[in-house]
Design a protein around this ligand. Sequence first.
Ligand SMILES: NC(=O)c1ccc[n+]([C@@H]2O[C@H](COP(=O)([O-])OP(=O)(O)OC[C@H]3O[C@@H](n4cnc5c(N)ncnc54)[C@H](OP(=O)(O)O)[C@@H]3O)[C@@H](O)[C@H]2O)c1
Length: 327
Amino acid sequence: MQYRPFGRLGWQVSEIGFGAWPLGGGMWGEQSDEESVAALHRFLDLGGNFIDTAQAYGDGRSERVIAKALRGRPGGGRVYLATKIPPRPGAWPPSPYDAIDDRYDEAYLRERLERSLRDLQVDCIDLVQLHTWNRAWNREPRALEALRRFRHEGKIQGAGISLPDHDPDAANELMRQGLVDSVQLIYNIFDQDPQAEAFPTARQHGVGVIVRVPFDEGSLTGKFTRDTAFPEGDFRRRYFEGDRLGRTVRRVEAIREALGRDEPDVAIAALKFTLKPHAVSTVIPGMRNVRQVELNCAVSEQPRMSDEVEKRLRPHGWRRSNWYQGK
Ligand SMILES: NC(=O)c1ccc[n+]([C@@H]2O[C@H](COP(=O)([O-])OP(=O)(O)OC[C@H]3O[C@@H](n4cnc5c(N)ncnc54)[C@H](OP(=O)(O)O)[C@@H]3O)[C@@H](O)[C@H]2O)c1
């Protein structure tokens, strides 16, 4: 496993991190805690040391299963835990008309922080991210001031924002002002927009970058066909509903052709593509079992994607702005 600096926080994090959304079950259909714990152990055995979770993943189940796995490894190496606090109930992503104090007031953030400290069974959380954001709040980012107070109290080490889908530049101003230690954004062969501003801004200002959804929820592993059916409860039934799955599969086939013999495995190429930018601190594929952990962690040991192949993939960017909300 290769390691990279996490912005100004000075951590050395595994470039493949563990995306722990599936461990919450729920929106990803059935998931057994035994399989989740085994996957987490394998990840740590292979040198992984960065885990991304959220209170929203199974209403705390993902955080609790991570705590359970870590309890089974006393004296293990340093593991960086990143979680997320959702805003108070309301529009997701937040509406530009929402007041920040109505969604992320300090008393609420404090209560939620205590909940994650309990569920993760730690005295201090490495990274707390606000689970979503709206640009309207950049003028008065009071929630970030609250997180800074939590840091001074020793309850968190770093504060970040998980950016709304398709708005990777929403926190650039906050990065320039030194108000966030990290951003989390979508970057993959389809979603290449962070290259324009978010990546250079993060690099310039020492901000850690967490890349989520490297496989476009699975399509960029190359394993779907137009006949793939998602199980009951799996949110991808909606995400890939109607003609979306067929259109996506056609695009993935075009990517496979572009990769040719240079990168014969689409899933490996998809991860290599996301690891290419220097601004990226860690890429966090969602993983549900030992096999996925082994396949994904192995990519860190492989030769990097060549500049030439990366350039070949650039025209495969694909903007699907209103797709994610299932509208
Ligand atoms: N707003 C936010 O803050 C936000 C939103 C989304 C995600 N995230 C974070 O980012 C992480 C990654 O995103 P994601 O999980 O949504 O999407 P993703 O990483 O693009 O896809 C993950 C899914 O792909 C499949 N998979 C993983 N490795 C594979 C492999 N080697 N071969 C074949 N299939 C494989 C697994 O599902 P199946 O086996 O069921 O196909 C897995 O759950 C999440 O876990 C979460 O931590 C944050």
